[in-house]
Design a protein around this ligand. Structure first.
Ligand code: MG
Length: 118
């Protein structure tokens, strides 16, 4: 795992353990929590057009909330990977490589089709 992700994971584990919250952080509960945070991210775009969401970036309060929800998602993702013994950086790197093979530039460039339809 990259140094930065390892550092964040160690901080999260220290935060969790100081509060004796590991007992609540089952893999299932962490997965649910990640999804709840992802829903909070979606809430920022609810009822807005693409252009309105893009324009919201000029609002510092919106950008701060966006950053907070992104951080919540990353933090739960790191806790899931810590619980499951997954090296997130390695897994993400491997996934990009698999997607690179599934979506060759010559076929996928400018297309929103799924790899099975290319
Ligand atoms: Mg949140």
């Amino acid at each position: 795992m990259t140094d930065r992700l390892s550092h964040l994971t160690r901080r999260l584990v220290a935060f969790r353990d100081a509060r004796d919250w590991s007992q609540f952080h089952s893999l299932k509960n962490l997965m649910l929590s990640l999804n709840l945070e992802a829903s909070e991210l979606l809430e920022l775009a609810q009822w807005k057009s693409d252009a309105e969401v893009d324009a919201s970036l000029a609002d510092p309060a919106f950008k701060e909330r966006l950053a907070e929800e992104c951080a919540d998602i990353l933090n739960y993702l790191l806790l899931i990977c810590e619980r499951a013994g997954i090296d997130l950086a390695e897994a993400a790197d491997a996934k990009i490589s698999r997607n690179d093979a599934k979506y060759p530039v010559a076929k996928a460039r400018g297309s929103a089709k799924k790899y099975t339809e290319l």
